[in-house]
Design a protein around this ligand. Structure first.
Ligand SMILES: [Cu+2]
Length: 144
């Protein structure tokens, strides 16, 4: 039931934003939508983040991540959070930044300017800040 609600919510978002992973991009390349709702990441506070690839992930060219932020009862947090996305290669000690975050309302965000500069293992950090101070984060792993 929860999933049905989420899906209809995401479909509404996809329809309204035109950045659907099910559609082809401008280059006519088929985009990957395989990670859609495959992740439900939970923070200590009970906040959940559902990320999916709106574009990519690709190496060197821009990727985009859309994500939905839900409260502990799985309802969209309809208020903009100070959330930041950091790309990091933990085995190599470097990252790629800055990533741009835009809030679309109803708990939905999009991260653009996501550039994976090389193949390998990346951690995508979703970081929550309050009053400019880091509160907590979670990592979404990616093998590229
Ligand atoms: Cu590297």
């Amino acid at each position: 039931m929860k999933l049905v609600y989420l899906l209809s919510f995401m479909i509404f978002f996809l329809a309204s934003c035109g950045d659907s992973p099910f559609l082809e991009d401008e280059e006519g390349q088929e985009e990957q939508g395989t990670n859609l709702l495959s992740q439900q990441l939970s923070l200590n506070s009970g906040i959940q983040i559902s990320p999916y690839w709106a574009s990519g992930p690709t190496i060197a060219s821009e990727s985009k991540i859309s994500f939905l932020i839900l409260d502990k009862d799985s309802r969209p947090i309809n208020q903009q959070l100070d959330i930041r996305v950091k790309l990091w290669m933990p085995t190599m000690g470097h990252g790629s930044f800055p990533v741009t975050i835009k809030y679309h309302g109803l708990g939905l965000y999009q991260a653009t300017d996501v550039f994976f500069t090389m193949p390998g293992y990346w951690d995508i950090h979703f970081q929550i800040f309050e009053d400019g101070a880091f509160v907590e984060e979670l990592k979404w792993p990616l093998d590229l």
